[in-house]
Design a protein around this ligand. Structure first.
Ligand code: UD2
Length: 327
């Protein structure tokens, strides 16, 4: 049996991967510094994982976490385009130094394969649609540069040291457990929560920007398949991980409003710095290399996501009522 390490294991995507591995009966080490990851995401799995409370910037601790590991899912990062625009240094160190530390740790420990959470932001604005992995990248924001740098390091570690690496370019992943409550939260989580709380969401710009929103279960599938595919098909390569269908923010807003019963129109604000206009993936490379096939489409993903945020919202109201009754 292989031993797996998941970085960013307490985060949205990391916790889904950790859970999937535990459900398969695998041996799992989970690394997180809990800067944005939540303990509650790992709570049901605590008896089944080896938790390393470690910052990716701590090279020695990361190297220790890599010992005895066969496969790494590297999800740990400081995400968010706008956060990287506001404070590029913090995300630079976490995303670039952190990834480098992990690759160095993996190389010295003799890890077989690293599967990396890359980002569709690498394409930027200049590429025609749909975006293919063969296109030249055009990163705009510091975050996009950082994620792309990670990809290049992965390829180098494959070419130079023979560490099998696979980069999955995530296209706007959404689903249950995505944190909704920070100004830097992903739009789907943020809007779902705001609409359920009957707070008016703000669309940055005219809302005609589009994203290839991808439900979390598809991402789990892509990672599992990328981890077990033959090296000759995947090692050193980059693959889009998406649904293969774009939706504008205005369309997304409408669908979310219907699902949440929210009646008001959005507020329109200025466009966001570093934002890209359209994002839409060609997913044929992943399909051909390791049989990736998105199983949950956008509409079904949205339904499941809103159901989850509704449960969270109802639980929050009950807690507030209980607290009110006690005081
Ligand atoms: C980028 C990447 C994504 C992932 C993510 C990590 C692209 C195309 N995608 O997502 O793959 O790496 O970064 O953070 O680069 N918005 C509003 N109102 C809000 C919040 C957001 O209008 O309150 C807009 C935002 O301006 C953007 C869209 O919603 O046009 C999506 O924003 P996001 O922050 O959810 O994700 P994005 O596209 O930066």
């Amino acid at each position: 049996m292989a031993v797996y390490l998941v970085t960013g294991a307490a985060g949205f995507i990391g916790s889904w991967l950790t859970q999937a591995l535990v459900e398969r009966g695998e041996t799992v080490r989970a690394l997180d510094n809990f800067s944005t990851g939540k303990r509650e995401n790992l709570a049901p799995l605590m008896d089944c994982i080896d938790l390393h409370e470690t910052d990716l910037r701590d090279a020695a601790a990361v190297a220790r976490a890599c010992k005895g590991v066969d496969v790494i899912f590297h999800e740990g990062a400081i995400p968010s385009v706008p956060l990287s625009v506001k404070d590029p240094r913090t995300s630079h160190t976490a995303n670039i130094d952190g990834t480098f530390n992990l690759l160095e740790g993996a190389r010295s420990a003799g890890v077989k394969r690293v599967v990396y959470a890359a980002s569709s932001s690498a394409y930027g604005n200049k590429n025609p649609l749909p975006q293919k992995e063969t296109m030249l990248p055009g990163p705009l924001s510091p975050y996009a540069v950082q994620k792309l740098t990670g990809e290049l390091y992965l390829r180098s570690f494959w070419e130079v040291y023979g560490l099998e690496t696979v980069a999955l370019r995530y296209f706007n992943i959404f689903g249950p457990r995505q944190a909704p409550d920070s100004p830097y939260s992903g739009v789907m989580a943020k809007f779902a929560r705001q609409m359920l709380r009957r707070e008016q969401p703000t669309i940055n710009g005219d809302g005609e920007q589009s994203r290839d929103f991808t439900y979390i279960e598809n991402v789990v599938q892509a990672n599992m398949k990328a981890a077990s595919a033959p090296a000759e098909k995947v090692a050193g390569r980059v693959f889009n991980c998406a649904c293969g269908k774009p939706f504008t923010l205005n369309q997304t807003y409408k669908m979310l409003a219907e699902l949440t019963g929210y009646k008001n129109p959005p507020r329109y604000g200025p466009p966001r710095e570093g934002d890209i206009k359209h994002s839409y993936a060609d997913i044929s490379a992943a399909r051909e290399a390791f049989g990736y096939e998105p199983a949950v489409d956008f509409a079904e993903g949205l339904r499941r996501t809103v159901d989850w945020y509704r449960e969270q919202h109802e639980a929050e109201i009950s807690r507030e009522l209980l607290a009110g009754a006690r005081s």
